[in-house]
Design a protein around this ligand. Sequence first.
Ligand code: NAD
Ligand code: WQD
Length: 338
Amino acid sequence: MRVLVTGGAGYIGSHTVVQLARAGHEVSVVDDFSNSRPSAMARVSELAGRDIPLESFDVGDVERLGDLMDRGRFDAVVHFAAYKAVGESVERPIAYYRNNLGATLAVVETMVRYAVPHLVFSSSATVYGADAPVPMTEQLPTSATNPYGWTKVMNEQILRDAVVAHPELRVALLRYFNPVGSHPSGRIGEDPSDVPNNLMPYLAQVAVGRREKLSVFGDDYDTPDGTGVRDYIHVEDLAAGHLAALDRISAHDRPLSVWNLGTGRGTSVLELVHAFERASGRPVPYEVVDRRPGDVAASYADPTLAERELGWRATRSVEDMCADTWRWQQANPDGYPV
Ligand code: NAD
Ligand code: WQD
């Protein structure tokens, strides 16, 4: 297929572009580099074994996106482009709504105009809201606790409405749990532009000596060791889930599908800290502090539907996730070159 990947220079997009290209798809990327670096794309081309065509603009720009769609004759769009920092979304809600809704509106509008039928959309387990029972199934009601989460709920609704009015569309909503890890080569990985908000990149920066210690946000949750439990999924497994979803929606007639992409296994903060210490051979000093507002005790997927319908399941262990993160972190202690 000819596939346009929006946000393809970012963390999950870069890994997915490599897999798409290696599977024989003809991939193009559009990214405005608002949260990534052009040097990531050079490494993506290197791992893909061919030059990946790249355009740099805001996908919310309907004119430019329309021009690209007109020239590209794409069969599918994999749409990653969005802002993703929960805390920043509380401080800059209007920027988040503009970017994350505007990008999807432009994508779906131009897909309809240029008859591009297949869309794979990056949603998130955040759409299960605050009090969802675990393991989380796709049937649970959706809600959110912050503007970022609402942009995902709203994006899902926009796409549900679009397929009703445009029955030629085939849409996959992929709800990711907690993506971590990196390509086993250590050439591409997660490169937070600021102090990491998420546990795994923070841990990695402590182990490599960039930060003094990890703050563990609460040890009084109703979980086996009191710390928060999450469903960490290796980014390579996650990328593979996109290829499986693309295959499935192009071979079946269901207009809209929703799949959880998770492992189904929960890992606590302290379990991840100790797994990282084993993988890196370095101590990870930590201190237990207050809970982070908005955090839930436990979040993990019921991945049965994706297994059944996509023939996909996550195969990489927490040890793999830590080993691959560590390889990337050690080889690139300051992230991608500027
Ligand atoms: P990322 O920030 O690394 O990648 C997003 C990419 O999109 C970046 O390269 C950024 O420059 C680009 N971008 C943003 N807005 C754009 C715009 N308007 N036009 C063009 N490019 C734009 O994030 P990621 O972790 O790779 O996440 C990818 C997608 O997955 C996002 O939609 C995110 O919300 C979703 N998601 C991420 C996680 C996670 O924990 N990483 C979890 C669930 C869902
Ligand atoms: C994991 C666990 C923290 C940092 C977030 C978004 C979610 C999704 C993925 C996009 C929790 C604890 C963390 C630290 C810690 N993104 N922690 N010290 O909160 O599950 O999900 O990223 O859709 O929307 O909310 O991931 O990695 O931030 O936290 O103790 O410095 O680690 O309390 O238990 P989270 P996370």
